[in-house]
Design a protein around this ligand. Sequence first.
Ligand code: GLP
Length: 244
Amino acid sequence: MQIIRFKNYEQLSDYTADFIVDALKNKPDLVLCMASGSTPALTCDLLVQKLKKDKVDYSTLTFIGLDEWVGLPPTNTGSCHCFFCTKIFEPLQLKPSQYHLFNAQADDLKSECEKMDGFIAEKGGIDIMIVGIGMNGHIGFNEPGTSFATLSHVAELDEVTKSVGQKYFSGPVQLGKGITIGFGHLMNTKKVFLMANGIKKAEVIKKTIEGPVTENFPASIMQRLENGFVLIDEEAASLLSKPH
Ligand code: GLP
């Protein structure tokens, strides 16, 4: 794991967007998996701007959505699906064949997971994963206690996730389960970037980097990843006791 520190959120987002653009220039059939949420929001905007400005050919890019709230329609503005439609698919006019997201309204969620696992295998694995971190240390919806070996699965959301998750919605919503890509995929991804910014993420970043590696604190898996990068701004880095 490498730690890369930035002065602020803008610089962190700019670096991440540049990294994706360069990767796509070098590998036009890049397989990119991203989390939605507040953290990668600016990266998405900058990515779209930079791809257009540099006239990068993204016609063979494949995009995979990391997770979704179970039961939500893609039209719900708090859904991960809606986030990516607004921020990536529509601005870049991606063809539907270029992206794969969980259908969180499917009757058979187990088969949705198998479809995702099959899709990733068919694409030859994920090149770049951009993830955030939850206030309980989750990545995607890999909640505390989830095995590091799990592939795509449905998770019972813990209380922290259900309450923090309300921020994405215009009114209170009943959140119970999430569907997510698992750590088995994360471990096989060529490069994993965990992004965190702001003082509210300082505590979880300290545990991610300096705490024990344990399934009880999912993001600690980053310490095991040779190709893992933790990208943090000054505020998120503010509780680290060692100069990393
Ligand atoms: C959410 C999602 C994650 C996301 C994380 C942090 O619950 N399941 O994929 O990365 O929490 O979100 P944010 O970036 O909004 O803080």
